[in-house]
Design a protein around this ligand. Structure first.
Ligand code: G4P
Ligand code: NA
Ligand code: NA
Length: 188
């Protein structure tokens, strides 16, 4: 998506060679009109798949996942990172964050993921793919059908997408980065 690449070039801040800060429109401040356009683009790529629900993980995935769900006219559910005591019947998966060097448990209430669902996973970043693998695990546990995943920004050099695509999963990304360093970003 050209508009996204332009915004990344104009506003993104590369930290070292691995982290891209896009705090002006995606990860801290949100640009709602732009998020809606990105959501529409991702929704169009999965049109005709019969999607009944969008799934993401808190926090940064929620805005774009809501925009996709609005376009598809379906509900959006976000996996929680802290298990609340009120959550009894949940699907759970452990994910390891390379960025934070910690393991967290993500949970989704079973009532929001029935087995006859067709699920589209949405997230803001795809890096090592740990979050995405955890969400796929939860969909597998539910027995629902996974249509694929839509990602705003994929960092190809961190290989998360490659492993999942090798297993036959469909992953659509709006901007894929081959490599980067301060002042220079190479898109695929
Ligand atoms: P992975 O999920 O793909 O394996 O990646 P990793 O463990 O490295 O990512 C951990 C967190 O950092 C995730 O957010 C992910 O979205 C975010 N992240 C990864 N790479 C980048 C990047 O280059 N820039 C930015 N801005 N974020 C990145 P999270 O911890 O789940 O938290 P939240 O921010 O969604 O609440
Ligand atoms: Na994030
Ligand atoms: Na995220």
């Amino acid at each position: 998506m050209q508009e996204l690449k332009d915004r990344i070039m104009a506003e993104g801040e590369v930290i070292g060679t691995h982290i891209l800060k896009v705090d002006t429109f995606l990860n801290h401040q949100i640009d709602p009109a732009f998020i809606l356009r990105m959501g529409k683009e991702l929704a169009e790529r999965f049109a005709g798949e019969g999607i009944t629900r969008v799934l993401t993980v808190e926090a940064s995935g929620i805005a774009v996942a809501s925009a996709v769900a609005l376009s598809l006219n379906v509900p959006v559910v976000f996996a929680k990172k802290k298990k609340a005591s009120t959550q009894s019947a949940v699907y759970a998966s452990q994910i390891y964050s390379f960025t934070r060097q910690e393991t967290v448990t993500i949970t989704v209430s079973k009532k929001f993921l029935p087995a006859d669902d067709v699920v589209l996973i949405i997230d803001d970043f795809l890096a090592h793919g740990e979050a995405l693998k955890g969400l796929v695990d939860i969909v597998d546990q539910s027995g629902a059908r996974l249509a694929g995943a839509g990602i705003v920004i994929e960092k190809l050099f961190q290989q998360g997408g490659a492993a999942l695509r090798a297993k036959g999963m469909r992953i659509e990304t709006l901007a894929a980065i081959e490599q980067m360093e301060p002042g220079k970003i190479d898109f695929a």
